[in-house]
Write a protein that binds this ligand. Sequence first.
Ligand SMILES: Cc1ncc(COP(=O)(O)O)c(C=O)c1O
Length: 440
Amino acid sequence: MASDATIAHGKIDHAKKSLVHDPVEGDKSKITLVKALGSFVWDDQGNRYLDCTSQAWSNNLGANDPRVVEAAIAQLRQITHARPNFNTPALLELTAKLREISPGDLNRIGYTLHGSLAVEMAIKLAYKNHPGRHNIIVLQDAYHGRSLTTMAASWPHPNNPFLPIQPRFTRVPHPDPYRPRLGLDPEIESQLCLQLLEETIVKGVDGGVAAIMLEPIPGNGGHIALPVSFLKGVRAICDKHDIVMIFDEIQTCFGRTGAMFGSDYFGVIPDIMTFGKGVSGGFPLAGIMASERLKGFETGEDALTFGQFPVAMAAAVAAVNAIIDDKLCDNAREIGAYATQRLHEMAQNRALIGDIRGPGLFVSIELVKDRQTKEPATRAAAEVYRRGVERRVLFGESRYAGLGNLIKIKPPLDVTKEDMGHALDVLDEVLGSIEADGIA
Ligand SMILES: Cc1ncc(COP(=O)(O)O)c(C=O)c1O
């Protein structure tokens, strides 16, 4: 395997200047990946890494699972493209499968290729169902993507150059169980945030609210599960004011939390749910599941040329079946519990660990300079990533609003206990070396 990677090296043009996404000349920070299998990736130098990022938390099923690869190849031989006015067997099969496992009555499915566009589809559907209402409410630490609209719906981007042409969203505070405001009891803070939310709906906006959109666990904004009381409270407020509740489940879908969807994990059913990332075994696919009570789109309101890519859909059928057949929700719960227990043990010796978060394999730790003040240890987090790479383990970092003191440990859901154990051994060693070097 290493030799494949070595052969690939040399064919690859490293001229970073040619990429609009990476204008830093001579930037050596990006690894060039040439191969992936299960929980591992290989670079162009033949190095193998244990991938605790699942490549943007998308390989819920380990990379290049043969069932997915075979399904995609078989589909390639049949039909690779059909415009949205047509069905394909892959689309029909996937839709039937998703309807089978969707929470509550979220039985109307829509597809696109990127999470950001799935979020936009959900927003459009909410407006479609509440014509004349002008506002969408989002949470202050939300992350919903990087299209113009979803970037505006996310936490304020420092020096955002796109502001003049972005729509405006209303951002509201949400509970932070790790740093509750005024040191309040987290449950009281949850109630306070619900009260502020309702006041915003009634007195804080002009033109009515079409939807409240939130991630059950803000994945790029703290990575901290919202209290169930808050999610249930938002549901009740949406019912009371006839507002569409949208869960952005692009990170929490398909087993990552140890339940099939975040909605199942928290026991709260929204009116629209987005999905993406883990659905398709590494192929581009995302979409929404919407309540049967909502009106759908009419011709021309939501159609993208490649939005129903049959190859990604065939891959998704195989990936979703594999997640179910291999009982990966159970594995996520089991290995996630093992990881968080080991992290609690590690925290006894590693003062940098301020907080340990789950559930399932939605695992992260927040690094702090001091457990009392909870001041973020941003430099230490950057070092964990760097020293992890040296030891051939890829940890996830968070760059949220420039804070970046989170380390995410989110390998594929079929990771073995042995591999997770190795990642944690490396983390412990790396944290020890960082503490010894006095970096925080
Ligand atoms: C919660 C959430 N919503 C939306 C997106 C955007 O998805 P994509 O990058 O596929 O457009 C992401 C991506 O990280 C996400 O985490």
